[in-house]
Design a protein around this ligand. Sequence first.
Ligand code: ARG
Length: 453
Amino acid sequence: MSRFAEPQDPVFREMNTSLGFDRRMWPQDLRGSRAHARMLAARGIIGQDDLDAILRGFEQIEGELRGGTFPFEPDDEDIHMAVERRLTELVGDPGARLHTARSRNDQVATDFALWTGEAAERAIAAIEGLMRTILDVAGRHLDWPMPAYTHLQRAQPVYLAHHLLTYVWMLERDRARFRFTREQALRRMPLGAGALAGVNFDTDRAMTAAELGFEAPAPNSIDAVSNRDFALDYLSAAATCATHLSRLGQEIVQWASEEFGFLTLPDAWSSGSSLMPQKKNPDCAELLRAKAPRITGHLAALHGVIHALPLTYNKDLQEDKEHVFDAADTLEQALAAAAGMIGGATFRADRMAAAAADELLAATDLADELVKRGVPFRQCHGIVGGLVRLAVESGRTLSEIPDEELTAQSEHLGPWIRELLEPRAPLERKQSQGGTSSARLREQLALAQGLLA
Ligand code: ARG
């Protein structure tokens, strides 16, 4: 018996079914349903014998889902209906009693929140794995000078470890965002809200919340089935994290080029060309760059789905899952790939040191030394700018300019400048907190290592 006299149009059926993607939520669906069944029995809403039969049925269903032998049927609209249909097939009436005091609206919101909480947990673990890899690489490259850039123009020298640790601090913020996401997903349990108004049974939502690991039952049944903020939180955290990884990807692409030559990627993380035999391409780093907008797109799409959506549940909300699932798959892969590439890269000290030895990178240091000698900063900037122009136009380095020409350039200049042009002088003079000098860098590394303690 049913409300419907006609079968669904095949096109609508195809459009309406979510089994193809929501089947991955089966572990959460079983968890939620077991908790719900135990609560129904504890409250005398179903019998103890019903519960026993349901749990027995779930035992078999779990084995089938795990082993890939679960008999899905063409009529299974989603994982929730497939599991319930199979349960009833296996145990009869007790299975048909499971959906008492529950709607798919609170069920799906609960399953999805549980899934998202676990995905946030996995993201945190993967982020920490990448942090650990970068910390390890940084620890092995503490005294390797390289130029840091603004506008992709050489700006000032820093140590490679200092540059790499930048990503650890980004990842630490990403981890905080995923911790928040997990907390939000597991904060207020939708289960027990029913379709939207609550249910006509004397349920114990605190009991299911405790079993499922939620902080508390959602206090408003309408909000419970309408809320997908935790999914937006996940996507937002994932988009920012992937955007960070895209910057790392771009730097790896640059550094692996012969023009930079700062690193060599391991073969395992490079591709060849179908035509040019000499090529070793940083495809993985390029993909890291290009995966980020895909995740950001999912975030924008879910904002679009929820935008102006009337309360409470609308089928639009079924379009929440694929965005989050694909974002999670993409992000977890990107985090693993970033760790593989950075952990396996060979940095080329000679190439980085040669680029960092460019004396023009000490221009700021010369200006600052003039300041210390009493010249107002703006004048110092001009004096050193003039000196740089003299060197560049005459095809000499700064240290090649003889004393007479220095003093002719400005009475404040003199042979003392050459001491500041020594390769490590600009690095070691950056003694400010957070700066690149060896002492400060070691201090920073210890702080960063503490993030994982
Ligand atoms: N597959 C649906 C979803 O993902 C389950 C909820 C269906 N609820 C409903 N009232 N049609 O949202």
